[in-house]
Design a protein around this ligand. Structure first.
Ligand code: MSP
Length: 508
């Protein structure tokens, strides 16, 4: 069995409804997976839900429901979002599933047996109200802030993972594997963080403080620290410990936001794997944040964009197009409705939507809706074909390099070139012309337009799969499933009956 291209997203916390940030990460990963698929690779795309921990337990208590019931509800919400946004994940892992819990226990046991996990006393300031340990730096003007209530010094026994022992190895790994973290500047930040000595990681919580977690296999009085539990989803979901594991592992990319790079994904995860004797993933693909009013969009800022509402109103493809076109992978972006509507109306509505309408209209009017043969090859045709030649490979390269925004920009430059071709050929004038040479020019222009639209649409397939299917259907074709052959100019659509005039992107 050949190894598949295996890509994952972070698993979302089951303590709030999905917002733009969560939706973006799924779409980004979906586009990446679809690009690999169109390029002919066997891909496996995993996403899921992070269901254990203090916040989930607290949220359920406040609501007066069982934690599992609350998680089930969020699982339905997040999965509905994926479906709505045409996210083509092959699997959805939930950390309360038996398949996951089993692997977490196996990995912990293995680390414990190898002496990588040890028990020790920990003394520190503890806030019972916040149910967390505090540090001197949490004080404000020398006092514990109100929110912590009474703070006492307590000593607690816990289990610790020997992070510090692997620090030099990790630094070396990051320095010798330059592509391990994309974009590169983020690796520098991690190396900066690693200049300070690492503390060993507390990987347990006493059951009396936190019961909503996976019991440690070697001491049932404790549950597993939620990050230790959550990270293991990447291997538990693809059958760690079973034969099939090698079909997937190592993962090709873990797609995550910048807030969870360091330390969880860039420090804990590689060290956990190394210590357990598991190969490291090939890459961490780190995206930036969607912001509103200059702040990270999150549940607590209040101002969240409901991705479902946008997708409901303008279609999932428009949503996907916007987030991929607007954000440079790795950088932050401000979300505003104005920006969304501008791109929607000008790029999708005017440039692409109108082009499709015109092609359908003119072919219906001048050729009974049937694509004629192209028999003429003059300057306007040659110019458009040249533009295509200068579009195709650069766009593929940009997509491979996660530069989706530039790839889309270039694809839309080609869409505008098709619009210029319409103006240059002016089929409505050719139709009126008495010159016999103009009849084949008219027929050719219709054929060339259909072909150029087919090509642009094929490039848009990973970003707008729904629109891709629709436009291809209008051209009398199935959806673009592979790029093999589909990006070559010259597939003749001659004889295809085009669909009825439709408005793909009604003005908003
Ligand atoms: N449960 C952890 C991840 C565990 S992975 C083993 C978690 N969950 S989260 O729900 O808070 O975030 C899930 C993902 O959404 C993260 O990658 C995070 O960076 C991303 N986003 C959350 N808010 C975001 C924005 N405002 N913008 C872009 N993505 C951000 O962290």
């Amino acid at each position: 069995m050949q190894k598949r291209f295996y890509v994952t997203t972070a698993i979302d916390y089951a303590n709030g409804s999905p917002h733009l940030g969560h939706a973006y990460e799924k779409v980004l990963t979906d586009v990446l997976a679809r690009v690999r698929k169109l390029r002919g690779e066997d891909t496996h795309f995993l996403t899921g839900l992070d269901e254990h921990g203090q916040k989930v337990q607290q949220g359920a208590a406040e609501e007066g429901v069982e934690p599992q019931a609350r998680c089930d509800r969020f699982a339905r919400e997040f999965q509905a979002l994926c479906e709505k946004l045409l996210v083509s994940n092959d699997d959805y892992v939930r950390t309360t599933e038996e398949r996951h819990k089993k692997v977490v226990r196996e990995v912990l046991q293995r680390l414990f047996d190898e002496g990588q996990i040890y028990k020790a006393d920990y003394s520190g300031y503890y806030s019972a109200r916040a149910e967390q340990f505090l540090q001197e730096k949490d004080k404000e003007e020398g006092e514990w802030p109100e929110i912590y209530g009474e703070v006492t010094e307590i000593t607690e026994s816990n289990y610790f993972f020997k992070l510090s022992q692997h620090q030099d190895w990790l630094i070396d790994h990051l320095k010798t594997n330059e592509d391990f973290i994309f974009p590169k500047f983020r690796a520098k930040q991690v190396l900066e963080f690693l200049k300070e000595p690492l503390n060993d990681l507390c990987v347990s919580r006493p059951v009396e403080r936190l019961s909503w977690g996976i019991p440690l296999p070697f001491d049932e009085d404790y549950v597993t620290y939620v990050w230790f539990d959550a990270l293991i989803n990447y291997v538990s979901a693809v059958g760690y410990g079973e034969d099939r594991f090698t079909e997937y592992w190592p993962a090709d990319a873990h797609v995550i936001g910048k807030d969870i790079l360091s330390p969880p994904h860039a420090v804990y995860w590689p060290i956990m794997l190394k210590a357990a004797g598991i190969e490291l993933p090939k890459q961490l693909l780190v995206h930036g944040w969607w912001m509103t009013g200059g702040e990270k969009m999150s549940k607590s800022t209040g101002e969240v964009v409901d991705p479902l509402e946008l997708a409901e109103k303008h279609g999932p493809d428009a949503f996907r197009y916007f987030v991929m076109r607007e954000m440079t992978v790795g950088q932050d972006s401000e979300f505003t409705s104005e920006l969304f509507l501008t791109r929607y109306n000008t790029e999708l509505g005017n440039d692409l939507g109108n082009l499709v309408s015109r092609i359908l209209n003119m072919t219906a009017r001048y050729a009974d809706g049937i694509v004629p043969a192209a028999t003429v090859d003059e300057e306007p045709e040659q110019e458009l074909r040249r533009t295509w030649d200068e579009t195709r490979d650069p766009v593929l390269e940009m997509f491979d390099g996660y530069q989706y925004n530039f790839g889309l920009e270039k694809t839309f430059a080609f869409v505008r070139a098709i619009n210029r071709y319409v103006e240059a050929r002016a089929p409505w004038q050719l139709a009126k012309s008495e010159d016999a040479a103009d009849a084949p020019r008219l027929a050719t222009s219709l054929a060339v337009l259909a072909e150029a639209l087919r090509l642009a649409n094929a490039l848009l397939a990973p970003v707008m799969p729904g629109i891709n299917a629709k436009i291809n259907e209008l051209l009398g074709l199935p959806p673009t499933e592979t790029w093999d052959g589909a990006l070559d100019w010259g597939t003749t659509l001659e004889g295809n009956q085009l669909g009825e005039k439709t408005i793909l992107f009604p003005r908003a």
